[in-house]
Design a protein around this ligand. Structure first.
Ligand SMILES: *Cc1c(COP(=O)(O)O)cnc(C)c1O
Length: 371
């Protein structure tokens, strides 16, 4: 029987155990000095002058970024239909309405022309997603946003570590969110971060992650807190714990080898599958990005069968993602033809840093035999 090949996994071990042990020895698992250190390490890794605010998930990061931007009940936010459900839930958590937009066929980035057609007087924001770790198309999103005075919040959950023409993702953007959940490019176990240039927004987000208590973040880093809280805004329990920050610190210190491995696997897939006529690739620059997933496009009449045959042979695959505008909660009264067609064609192949060359070879050979 063939060994089971996972779609994704957490690559953690002794270095993470050592970091976690030191948190346990220090005796405080909540938000404290490890979180402060993780934030400053992220800031220097990205060489950014943005404020970095660590939270307990990428979803929380998106929710806080939207809330701080003043997105509230009844406001509309333009969002690509092909994204993780978290992007949508973060918008509706603000009481705002996600307005589903179509995506580009070549890289599944937000289709800016379609987005512009969906602007109404209630449109307040636009939430582009770095699908497959690429932000190719982001300039036209910013142009659209400035013509209509919209807030941009970038969902960079996939793209931690990726390079762009203007620098590493997170270094120049006004407002951007990362995820460090169990399978992202680096993991904290669960976690996320908001990167923001504006000090006013940063202060809002820092307070909002700790139940809205003014200035509490700085006190937590000094092992203290506000006993007579001053609260002016809606807050949440979204702060990161020292345990998760310790895992993140360990991951960050060894991330470049992991990133190289992810690129190598993606480039190998491209090379070994390019001869197959039934497989199409997205237009993603695997020399620049750090791929979180490896999506391919299959003819729609064979996708589900190929997926179940791979599963029978012990190879796990994914579908990133089922179009959100087809879900009951977010159903749109209109069609999004590209998103719907991609939703029937996408298949993500195993991609993680523990995938061996021989396992990858098995994925490639099995897939080729099925298409
Ligand atoms: C993972 C992910 C999120 C949410 O991050 P969590 O840390 O899992 O809450 C948001 N958007 C996209 C595109 C993601 O892949």
């Amino acid at each position: 029987m063939n060994e089971f090949i996972r779609l994704s996994c957490s690559d953690v071990g002794i270095p993470e155990i050592i970091q976690i042990s030191s948190v346990i020895e220090d005796g405080y698992l909540g938000m404290g000095s490890y979180v402060e250190k993780f934030e400053s390490s992220l800031q220097s890794f990205l060489s950014t002058d943005s404020y970095v605010i660590a939270v307990n998930s990428g979803t929380a990061a998106l929710h806080l970024a939207l809330q701080a931007s003043g997105i509230g009940p009844g406001d509309e936010v333009l969002v690509p239909s092909i994204t993780y459900l978290a992007t949508y839930q973060a918008i509706s958590a603000c009481g705002a309405i996600p307005v589903s937009c179509d995506v580009r066929q070549d890289n599944i980035f937000l289709d800016v022309t379609d987005a512009e057609n969906r602007i109404t007087p209630r449109t307040k924001g636009i939430l582009p997603v770095h699908y497959g770790s690429s932000n190719d198309g982001i300039c036209s999103v910013h142009e659209l946003a400035s013509s209509y005075d919209l807030t941009v919040v970038e969902d960079a959950a996939h793209s931690f570590g990726s390079a762009t023409s203007t620098g590493i993702v997170g270094s120049t953007e006004q407002l951007l969110c990362f995820s460090f959940d169990g399978i992202k490019n680096i993991t904290c176990g669960e976690g996320g971060a908001v990167l923001v240039k504006s000090q006013i927004l940063a202060n809002h987000i820092k307070d909002a992650r700790l139940l809205g208590v003014s200035g509490d973040s700085a006190k937590r880093f000094q092992n203290s807190r506000s006993w007579k809280p001053d609260v002016n805004i809606q807050g949440w329990r979204y702060h990161m714990s020292n345990i998760f920050a310790a895992i993140g610190l360990s991951q960050l210190s060894s991330c470049t080898t992991r990133f190289d491995k992810r690129r190598l696997i993606a480039l190998r897939y491209l090379d070994q599958l390019k001869s197959s006529n039934s497989i199409q690739f997205l237009d993603l620059d695997y020399n620049m990005i750090v791929p979180h997933i490896f999506p391919i496009l299959l003819p729609e009449h064979i996708r589900d069968e190929v997926r179940s045959k791979l599963a029978e042979k012990g190879i796990q695959t994914g579908i990133h993602y089922y179009p959100n505008h087809l879900l009951a909660k977010y159903r749109s009264p209109y069609c999004l033809p590209v998103a719907e067609s991609l939703g029937r064609r996408l298949l993500s192949l195993p991609l993680h840093t523990l995938l061996s060359e021989s396992q990858q070879y098995r994925v490639v050979e099995t897939l080729k035999s099925l298409v």
